[in-house]
Design a protein. Structure first.
Length: 257
């Protein structure tokens, strides 16, 4: 989930210039930016609410985080509006900066929770696929294999969708490449899985068919492990730059420290 807040950065940078020698009055630019911030916050809240609604993991935590963003967003709206009415006031400037920091903190927490929920969802799908894979391995005859492999295929489709979405969200290029490689390996070996298993069931006493089946199973398991590893990996800079606009806002706010 991405959030762009260049309006806040501009607003804060404007306030950082300190008292002006110009005649005091309302700032049209600041008012426009304040409205933009309010709209950006509302858009973010809508996305957050949808994630909380759809999530089966951390639902209560996500709902609480969304409400905190709503609360801090309202505080920011009031503070930025008051600053826009009196842009030369150092007190109102300070109040707005504190409100912006609180909003940033609330947004960051929501993003972290949403990310955790996505990972938990993917890991849950991986476990389902692992169980289905074990079912394929334990098939006792060709009809049993066909039925179990069909179920495995259904779960694979679901996993691929979730893994693809996670791949797009990963910020580290290396992690994205690892995820793509693992997904590719899973798809490749999964297509070989049925044939290898079928050959083994037809010729269980032939060492080569058993060895080939076991090899393919191992490759599938390693691909699943690769997806799990890539999904949970994070770049050292994710905390600051993991979501567009957040790092920029944080850097601007830090200038007031």
């Amino acid at each position: 989930m991405k959030l762009h807040f260049p309006q806040v950065t501009t607003l804060v940078n404007t306030s950082n210039k300190g008292p002006s020698s110009k005649k005091k009055g309302r700032s049209k630019k600041a008012h426009v930016l304040a409205v933009s911030v309010e709209q950006a916050t509302q858009n973010f809240l809508e996305k957050g609410e949808q994630i909380a609604k759809d999530s089966q993991d951390l639902k209560e935590e996500l709902i609480a985080a969304v409400e905190d963003v709503r609360k801090q967003g309202e505080t920011m709206r009031v503070a930025s509006s008051e600053f826009a009415d009196d842009p030369c006031s150092s007190v109102k400037r300070g109040t707005m900066v504190r409100a912006a920091r609180a909003l940033l903190s609330a947004v960051t927490r929501l993003l972290i929770l949403a990310d955790m929920a996505d990972v938990m969802r993917l890991l849950a799908h991986l476990k389902i696929v692992e169980d289905a894979l074990e079912g394929v391995k334990n098939a006792t005859n060709e009809q049993d294999l066909a039925n179990r492999f069909k179920e495995f295929g259904k779960e694979m489709v679901k996993l691929n969708y979730v893994a693809a979405r996670r791949q797009q969200e990963l910020k580290d290029p290396q992690c994205r490449d690892e995820m793509a490689a693992a997904r590719g390996a899973l798809k490749k070996n999964a297509t070989m899985l049925y044939t290898a298993s079928q050959a083994f069931l037809r010729h269980p006493d032939v060492a080569a068919t058993r060895a080939n089946r076991d090899y393919v199973f191992k490759q599938v398991q390693e691909a699943i492990a690769g997806i799990s590893s890539a999904a949970q990996a994070s770049s050292p800079n994710d905390e600051k730059h993991g979501h567009a606009g957040i790092g920029e806002l944080a850097a601007a706010l830090n200038e007031f420290d």
